[in-house]
Each structure stands twice: as structure tokens, then as C-alpha cells.
Design a protein around this ligand. Sequence first.
Ligand code: AMP
Length: 310
Amino acid sequence: MSEQPADPVLVVGTVAYDTVKTPFDEADHALGGSATYFASAASLFTDVHVVSIVGGDFDLDELDYLRKRGTDLSGIQVEPDEETFHWSGEYDYDMNTRTTHATDLNVLTNFAPLVPINAETAPLCFLANIDPNLQLDVLDQLRNQRLVAADTMNFWIENTPQSLDEVLARVDTLIINDEEAREIGDTPDLIESMRRVQGLGPEIVVCKKGEHGALLANRSNWFAAPAFLHADLHDPTGAGDAFAGGFMGTLAAVDEITDTTLRRAVVYGTAAASIAIEDFGPRALAKATLDEVEDRARELAKFSRFPPIK
Ligand code: AMP
């Protein structure tokens, strides 16, 4: 990649305890959360500032692997008398279909995100999946970013649509999955739904399709990347956030956001996501190196090499 030092990235999202069940295995109250997964991937590329909140039950030592990579955790508030955000979900055999059993907001209920002064000017910011009202609070605290991206999910699309519209009007990029794009765009046609999302604000829309790869739309072009074909799937939770971490981490290292750098970011994001799903929680990303992500990115490029077309 680029020789220049990468810019720091700010992420705001959840640090959670997740209870996850697949047809093959399960984990109870294990480390998770949108900001955790994002930081676990992005910290392989650059310095990350995390803004989040946890309760007194949270063991901050679980984030030591991030601290060792230089991640700034000073923006994680601790509320000793409250409980950490807890999400519980279950996957079907295809590991693509997920049912949410519980979203216990707990400490998130009264969360007022505060971006530390040293992170306000981080050139890139990712508003990970969290209440859009909190994403708006963070947008009000940002200064001079060159790229602001956001994620969301059905929970917020259905419960806080107006706030979500305001977020969309203020971000450059939206990174979502295909169901969410269809729900926001109010159409089953994925390409049309991405166009409609662009019409709401973000010039760049990235749509993740699980085992079917990812699609990117920018102002002038479309790009489709396959998923990494040889991932050893154990728990798909956090794949989207890990994708976003690889995507933003890649863009943190380039001078200019162009069609080419966006395509490279999708490939690196896909490679990071393929590592995330190989173990429960962010364990696989915690052990990974940037070299491993790059090896997978190279293999991905081979998977989709077309022969010359007449
Ligand atoms: P993903 O699989 O990429 O959608 O991310 C899953 C992560 O998102 C889990 O670790 C959850 O803790 C977190 N999560 C689930 N529901 C929510 C929600 N409503 N708001 C914020 N984070 C959530």
C-alpha cells in the first residue's frame, strides 16, 4: 500500500457483550460490539480512537490487544453502576439469516458520546451501528474530516427513521448490508435501493452481501467484489464492522479518494471481514496481522480475474 503514514480514524459505536448461537456452537456474554469489531480491523492499518460506553461489569482488560496496537481507548466512558450493552442473536444453517433475540441497551440508554479533544480532528470518522441520535451528537463534535462514513441497522431504520435521515444527509459514505439498503430504499431492487440511498445524501454507498461479496457505488461507477472463498466460517457477527474497519483503514493511508482507492478499500475490507468470521467475537482479528489481510486481499484479486473479453 502507500508509503505515507496513515491518518488516524475515529470510531463511535458499541462495545458490547454478545450472546451468539449458531447451529454449531455458541458464546455467552462474549466481547462484541460494533466499535470493537471496527477497531479490531482498523487498528491493523492505523491508529484508532474509540468513543463508546461500558458498564461496571465490563472487563477493560479484554481490550488490551487494541491498546497494544496503539488504539486510544480514552473515549470509552465507564458507568460503574450500570450494565454493558448486550445483544443476543442466533444464526440459521446458512449463517446469513440472523434472528435478534435481545437488544438490551442498558448503559446506552443515557449515553452522551464525548469525542476526546485529540480525536476531534481525526481525518476519518466511522459512525458505527448505534442510535442515529448519538451519531448526530458526534457529527456536531467533528472538525475538518476528509471522510465520514456511517453504518446502521433495521432496529434504527424502523425505530428512528427521521434521525437516520438527518445522519444520511450529513455523511459521505454509508456502509450497510443488502437488507438494510432495500429497507431504506423501500424497494427489492438492490441497485435502485443504493441509488435511492445516494439520493438521501451519501455519495458513496457500500452494500455488503455476506457470502455473496460487496457492491460499491460512487458518483460515477459501480464495483462488485466477491467474498473471500476460503474463510473458515464460525461466527459471522461483526463481519460488517470488520469490513468497515478494513475499508476505512485502507482509505486512511491514501491521499485521495478515487475510484481506484475505493475499490482497493472494498477488497481490503472483504479480507478483514473474512478473518473476523473465523472465530467467535473479535478473537481472530485480535490475533491477525496486516500481512494476513494483504495475503487475502491478493487472493481475492485472483478469484475475480477475468480472462480477456473480446
Ligand atoms: P454486525 O454483525 O456487523 O452487524 O455487528 C454485530 C455487532 O453489532 C454485535 O457485536 C452487537 O453487539 C452490535 N449490535 C447489535 N445490535 C446493535 C444495535 N441495535 N446498536 C448497536 N450495536 C448493535
